[in-house]
Design a protein around this ligand. Structure first.
Ligand code: NAP
Length: 248
């Protein structure tokens, strides 16, 4: 039996790279996406073409009923989840705090914070030895923004990642005796399409001079850190936040 991994937001970017790497390491992978069915299908087809096992499941992580359905679908089609990657994260067009409206805050926090909590809840209900589970590992995807603050761009996004990090620390302690490890990665500037959502598709190339390694990162470089945290090689690692930032 393959261990089952649910990776949210796995149709593109860091999530897609993580799904493909997880499958190559022997996980059966649930590829969650929001709208881009063709991209999710492409990730699944690639995994299956390489002899792996994967399914694509549409679900909005900000909606509780969708999250419940996502985990139930994985239960039925793949088996009980052993690894959760809370990868979904959104940001909106760059602006100062004085220009942010409430609807934007609701969207960003609902997706980045509430979505991560709801998925973590469903994972703990299945993994915890208190509930008859066999344990597991959760990796939350934060951002270097959580400690930089992203002034003049998206302080709301940065603050949402701060919440994800605090959830990581608290949940790790809460379930440490129940066979579940909870960690986070904190990517820096990574070449994905998220920067277009902020209105600046070429942002990584603009800011890379501020990175000590003088380059942006690739999604696969974050995926390797995530897979290590999920793996038994990290068996004594919990409540840790791992920077993947080229030194920034
Ligand atoms: P991305 O390329 O924009 O991909 C976003 C993914 O999330 C897509 O698969 C998208 O699905 C999915 N998604 C968006 N909203 C969703 C929702 N409500 N429910 C379910 N799926 C949803 O993002 P990325 O750059 O790879 O970022 C991945 C994570 O890394 C995020 O948490 C981000 O904050 C974090 N991060 C990224 C960077 C960076 O420089 N890229 C830096 C630091 C942290 P569809 O394809 O269906 O739209």
């Amino acid at each position: 039996m393959k261990r089952v991994a649910i990776i949210t937001g796995a149709s593109r970017g860091i999530g897609a790279a993580t799904a493909i790497l997880a499958a190559s390491r022997g996980y059966a992978v649930c590829v969650n996406y929001l709208r881009n069915e063709a991209a999710a299908r492409g990730v699944v087809d690639g995994i299956q073409g390489a002899g792996g096992r994967a399914i694509a499941v549409q679900a909005d992580v900000a909606r509780e009923a969708d999250v419940v359905r996502l985990f139930e679908t994985a239960d039925w089609e793949l088996g009980t989840v052993a690894a959760l990657v809370n990868n979904v994260g959104i940001l909106e067009p760059q602006c100062r705090v004085e220009n942010i409206d409430g609807a934007r805050l609701q969207r960003v926090f609902a997706t980045n914070v509430i979505g991560s909590f709801l998925c973590a809840r469903e994972a703990v209900r299945r993994m915890s030895t208190n509930h008859g589970g066999k344990g597991g590992a959760i990796v939350n995807v934060s951002s270097a923004a959580a400690r930089i603050g992203s002034p003049n761009e998206y302080v709301d996004y940065a603050a949402s990642k701060g919440a994800v990090e605090t959830m990581t620390l608290g949940l790790a302690k809460e379930v440490a005796e129940e066979g579940i490890r909870v960690n986070a990665v904190r990517p820096g500037h990574i070449y994905t399409e998220i920067h277009a959502s902020g209105g600046e598709p070429g942002r990584v190339d603009r800011v890379k001079a501020a990175v000590p390694m003088k380059r942006g990162g690739q999604p696969g470089e974050v995926a390797h850190a995530i897979l290590w945290l999920l793996s038994d090689e990290a068996s004594y690692v919990t409540g840790t936040i791992l920077d993947v930032t080229g030194g920034r």
